[in-house]
Design a protein around this ligand. Structure first.
Ligand code: AP5
Ligand code: MG
Length: 214
């Protein structure tokens, strides 16, 4: 089962992808998390990606396409995976179709988590990310159990650099320009599934489970 998560920045792709990965025992592959791990480790890829990410811009396709193709070829993806934050442009979607076809596979579900722009900016201001393991929380909607530190690794929680309101506005612009066209792309492929991302996290997940068992 190959699943991709579509939706604006902050729509809840990562939140739902994590739940899908846990329930169906498949890897959760987030290109944003991969870039953030590279930034933290000071790799060449991290240095290149950071310059784009901090401005709310997309990292160029050539830096992301091969990285995902290699990840998909790993043995733990044999039974499926949930891709979060990839593809984000039409060339990335085409590259994904090609890479999967080379392995005799295809995308089974493209889940679009729909949230209006107005909700996104307030939502992002409340998001907190763990500097240690990257886990995501929300001050109001998904608080920690243990106060100001990460439930999983006790790491420090921060507001992501690109979650500041000005950068979120830029990310939304880029989303509408470059990523929203993927909804048409996957509608034509007949695999788009819409969910209302303004509902409670658990209500959305119940809808997603129904989609995946269709
Ligand atoms: P990435 O990390 O993928 O960021 P994004 O797509 O902008 O999405 P977010 O992670 O910000 O949001 P999300 O939808 O995962 O929401 P979340 O579940 O956290 O990418 C970062 C950057 O990396 C990009 O800007 C780009 O530069 C680069 N990049 C990555 N992939 C790339 C690619 N393929 N090509 C080129 N560049 C790439 O939820 C948000 C908050 O809301 C959380 O606090 C959460 O707790 C809360 N929340 C979630 N669901 C709900 C709900 N239902 N109700 C209330 N609150 C909720
Ligand atoms: Mg995310």
């Amino acid at each position: 089962m190959k699943i991709i998560m579509l939706g604006a920045p902050g729509a809840g792709k990562g939140t739902q992808a994590k739940k899908i990965a846990e329930k169906y025992h498949i890897p959760h592959i987030s290109t944003g998390d991969i870039f953030r791990a590279n930034i933290k480790n000071g790799t060449e890829l991290g240095k290149k990606a950071k310059a784009f990410m901090d401005q709310g811009l997309l990292v160029p396709d050539e830096l992301v396409v091969d990285l995902v193709a290699d990840r998909l070829a790993q043995v733990d993806c044999a039974d499926g995976c949930v891709l979060d934050g990839f593809p984000r442009t039409i060339p990335q979607a085409e590259a994904l179709t090609k890479a999967l076809a080379g392995m005799g596979q295809k995308v089974d579900f493209a889940i679009n988590v729909e949230v209006p722009d107005e909700n996104i900016i307030t939502r992002m201001a409340g998001r907190r990310a763990c500097v240690g393991c990257g886990a995501t929380y929300h001050l109001k909607y998904a608080p920690t159990k243990t106060g100001d530190i990460c439930d999983t690794c006790s790491g420090e929680l921060i507001l992501r650099e690109d979650d500041k309101p000005e950068t979120v506005k830029k990310r939304l612009e880029i989303y509408h320009e470059q990523t929203q066209p993927l909804i048409d792309y996957y509608t034509k492929e007949g695999i788009i599934k819409e969910v209302d991302g303004t509902q409670d996290i658990d209500v959305i997940f119940v809808e997603i489970e129904k989609i995946l068992t269709q």
